[in-house]
Design a protein around this ligand. Structure first.
Ligand SMILES: Cc1ncc(COP(=O)(O)O)c(C=O)c1O
Length: 442
């Protein structure tokens, strides 16, 4: 009997014993290809020797020093590295241990920024439906997954939600992608005007929506319009790149593709690649300046902030990605992956859409490609696909509630940046078999 409160209490989890490259081995010696990087975490695969060596060296030097007493070389070097490659205007890094913490820090820093600059009336947050920003109270409040918020609603801070960019279902047939993006930007501005622009603090969005929609990028021009709107109203733009950032889509930051730079960026997952729990909030120079010239300290900290072992792991991960030109491989293999997925699922009777960018791809399941009718949620098709994939030695990240938080199923794919054509072919083949088996009874 297990004493661990597992994610799903009734589920019997295999025990992961070892990892090597793109595979994880369980206690029975069965290998699983990690085609989702867990949850878009393991960007270098498992047990990368250079990262393990860097971590060992750090442990030989120092395992921990509390940040109210000391800084460390690992924390300083990682911050220099992150700022050097960050979007325009980013000047500083605040360390945390994961994605939800990065979002919490973003929300509080946004609020503190406005208090520091003499605009304390700004208190509203605007975010998007069908987004995931984390599980802690603030992150859950800005997240747009209705079922997950429901039980905790009385505990959540006030957040206002607008439509996500969800071209497959919500772009009208008579609308170009640009016109659709304009319509959504207008909806955002209307919401801001309704709340009173001078009362809004921040807009929060994932540049490519991960867990809730299944690798859905924005349409061209959308984020440029969002940036203009935020600037016009003096609102901070917080981008959640916890899942889509750090190279996953082929550029280090997903927002590079949209040609904009935010005021605050949350990163985690691929930052440390699973070698250690680490996340970070990257802040624009103007935010740093307001705090530095105001109260002099961000009123927020954690015991494990800037943990040297986590920072050394993340620094090693980022250096390997650059040294081995892995973003080129994400672009190249991402294009190959997208092509292979199209070939296998482009005419599949139960796959309505294949989308994504780089090694961040998603499939949406439908009962009818013409009407786009989702499967009955009671069937839990996403869970069936996961089971069938695991049985075939394949890890993918399926999820339900794609359409409106209740209906719809998708499969999220996020293999390590080290995949080659052969690995991609095997992933597509096993996934095809798993989806065929899961939908066979339909
Ligand atoms: C976009 C996004 N933001 C935030 C989070 C929360 O990160 P964590 O689970 O590390 O707290 C996630 C996790 O899946 C995520 O995908």
């Amino acid at each position: 009997m297990t004493r661990v409160l597992h994610r799903s209490i009734a589920h019997d989890y295999p025990t992961a014993i070892s990892g090597n490259g793109i595979t994880i081995r369980d206690q029975n010696g069965k290998d699983y290809i990690d085609a989702s990087g867990g949850a878009a975490v393991s960007c270098l695969g498992h047990s990368h020797p250079d990262v393990l060596n860097a971590m060992r060296q750090q442990l030989d030097m120092l395992e921990y020093a509390h940040t109210s007493f000391f800084t460390t070389q690992a924390a300083e070097e990682l911050a220099d590295d992150l700022v050097a490659h960050a979007p325009d205007g980013i000047s500083h890094v605040f360390y945390v241990s994961g994605g939800s913490e990065a979002i919490e820090a973003a929300l509080k820093l946004a609020r503190q920024y406005f208090v520091e600059i003499g605009e304390p009336q700004r208190k509203y947050l605007v975010a998007r439906r069908q987004s995931y920003h984390g599980i802690t109270a603030g992150a859950l409040a800005v997240g747009g997954r209705a079922w997950q918020r429901k039980a905790f609603a009385p505990l959540l801070i006030e957040t206002h939600h607008v439509s996500p960019v969800y071209e497959y279902r919500e772009r009208r047939a008579d609308e170009t992608a640009e016109a659709y993006g304009d319509r959504l930007a207008q909806e955002l501005e209307a919401k801001i005007n309704e709340l009173g622009g001078e009362h809004v603090m921040a807009f929060v969005a994932e540049p490519v929506v991960g867990a809730t929609l299944g690798a859905v990028p924005a349409v061209p021009g959308y984020f440029k319009r969002v940036r203009e709107i935020c600037d016009r109203h003096g609102i901070l733009l917080i981008l959640d790149e916890v899942m889509c950032g750090m190279g996953r889509t082929g550029t280090l930051y997903a927002c590079e593709h949209d040609g904009i730079a935010p005021d605050l960026i949350a990163i985690a997952k691929g930052l440390g690649g699973g070698f250690a729990p680490i996340g970070a909030l990257l802040l624009h120079g103007k935010v740093f300046k307001a705090v530095a010239e105001g109260s002099g300290a961000f009123q927020h900290s954690h015991t494990y902030t800037g943990h040297p072992l986590a920072c050394s792991a993340a620094l090693a991960v980022q250096r390997v990605i650059r040294r081995d030109n892995l973003l080129d491989n994400v672009g190249k293999q991402g294009a190959y992956f997208a092509r292979r997925l199209q070939e296998r699922f482009g005419n599949h009777p139960f796959v309505g859409d294949v989308r994504g960018r780089g090694l961040f791809q998603g499939l949406e399941l439908v009962t009818d490609r013409g009407t786009k009718e989702p499967f009955d949620p009671a069937l839990k098709l996403h869970a069936k696909i996961k089971r069938e994939a695991m049985a075939r030695g394949l890890m993918v990240y399926p999820m339900g509630g794609t359409v409106d938080s209740l209906r719809g199923d998708h499969v999220l794919l996020a293999p390590p940046f080290i995949v080659d054509n052969r690995a991609v072919d095997t992933i597509v083949e096993r996934l095809g078999d798993a989806i065929d088996a899961a939908t066979a009874a339909k």
